[in-house]
Design a protein. Sequence first.
Length: 197
Amino acid sequence: MRYTGPKHKLARREGTNILGKTSQSLERRLNVIPGSHSKRRARKLSEFGLQLREKQKLKRTYGLSEKQFKKYAIVAQKAKENTIDILVQNLETRLDNIVYRLGFGKSRPQARQMVAHRHVFVNGKKVNIPSYKVSAGDKITLSPKFQTEVVQENVEAVVPPEFLEKTDFEGKLLRLPTREDVSNPVDYQLVIEFYSR
């Protein structure tokens, strides 16, 4: 089941900003673990503990359920190409993530909602599945209803990664991304090792 509770709590648990947006109150409290025992000195993590934390960090960054995330990790492990690059591609080419990266949504949850409410088109067709896999060359556009000044300001403020192209309310996936294209503060190797046990 996907987590729908306070997002700041997750970011504080991981000790890094996984929300994709800045917040002064979050930045102040990032080094304080949530809970009544947060002032206790953190114990040294085991190898499994380190792998688990990195996995949780990446899973929570994209707002996925354990079942979804595990499926992406296993598919990446079975692939003949670079495992980390395949995992990055599986996560980054989700339609909700592309909508977020283009600046159509201020956060991944908002981008997911826009897709679910049928406000996003892929190659001219409405798609309401957040996990829809976008292919290289696909064009993503926003419905006229959402082409407002507020969204326009956010779109202009966001610089998409190199694998995406953006013009106003239209974006295009130029190529499949690699690990170097994504700046997530995660050790992908530990995530892969977690599912290799």
